[in-house]
Design a protein around this ligand. Sequence first.
Ligand code: PXG
Length: 445
Amino acid sequence: MTENTVRHLRTELPDLQSYWMPFTGNRYFKEHPRLINRAEGMYCYTHDGKQLLDAVAGLWCCNAGHCHPKIVEAIQKQAETLDYSMAFQLGHPKVFEMANKLTDIAPDGLDYAFFVNSGSESVDTALKIALAYHRTRGQGERTRFIGREKGYHGVGFGGISVGGLSPNRKMFGAMLPGVDHLPHTHNLEHNAFTRGLPEWGAHFADELENIIALHDASTIAAVIVEPVAGSAGVLIPPKGYLQKLREICDKHGILLIFDEVICAFGRVGDTFASTRFNVTPDLMTTAKGLTSGTVPMGAVLAKSEIYDAFMTGPEGAIELFHGYTYSGHPLAAAAGCATLDVYSEEGLYERARSLEGYFEDALHSLKGEPNVIDVRNIGLIGAVELQGIEGQPTARAMQIFRDCYDNGVIIRTTGDTLAFSPPLIIEKEQIDTVVETVKMALRAQ
Ligand code: PXG
């Protein structure tokens, strides 16, 4: 144990046997448990009394920092006022307030919010809305989706089908039919150590024309991409790439869905990636930062044209046969309202942008350290890609993760890439601490 294993509350380990942990090596974890039992601001505290600087905002979600008092208070107040109310055919005030707050800050035209409970539900909901939208307009043959290699869109069947990470697909047999994939844009030969958007690679969007020609536009419902791909290791879109996708989709009447589950709410140095890159999708999926990770909630934002297309048929009839028991849950809506207030009152979107240069310089100072083959960044999201150990993919990054953890910093790994997405409240000295800790870990390999 290191010197930061002091002062903080220690608790007994619970019995670890029955919990089947998600996306975790259960057997290794249970032999080497890492439990967080408290968090505040930029820090998490472990069961054995360690303080950890959180350089990933939980799992790319706690953008306002942990246990923000205003958000905590809003949740507490809501819990004692209205625990739950029927989500279908009844409403409650907070969810309407939340929809208004969200659409007020959303890019122009995205005027409607459909609430869900996670990023995966956000994606599956957006895909279903896309299909149903075309059908309501008499174009029910538009059933295909185009995703992208290395895309991550959660773990629902829709999300893994349009997603492009093979480990998330291969155990689960047949995917949704009629899905094709764009090529990913990651290329170290041309773009290694790029700061911000790579100059090279917009032409990857042209491949969409070939895919459309193959299937015929009249069969395609939507294209879905993450503006900045997160889980695949923070892949930044080449300059002009997203604009090209927008133009091609417009030309062929295909909906463009941006999966902003990670990108939204300041992460890329603006309220949304769509506003940062000036490309407005037809549907946008969000979750994570929507409530700063406090209560599960996601939202699909939809253009008015899409909402309006459903508002036909007999008055009183259900227009969209979709929704969840917990859509717009009162606790989530209260957390979301408070979160959006905190972001704007504390200027966190602007703060993310103003720290971008410092964060960028700090991360890029790792160029030249052992096994670093790329550094990439935008806003307060960044990645350091490592040369993997021959025959042992992911092992090197895991070694760095464990070393950073032992030295008081939580980072995220994906493949042999180290990923960073700190809460937007991070201070410059804390950025230095993260980078110094990673540097020491790289040198200690
Ligand atoms: N879309 C995107 C772009 C995501 O990043 C989801 C959808 C699904 O969200 P839910 O809430 O269903 O998990 C995500 C989730 C990681 C990691 O570090 C990333 C996510 C989830 C778990 C791990 O690689 N992103």
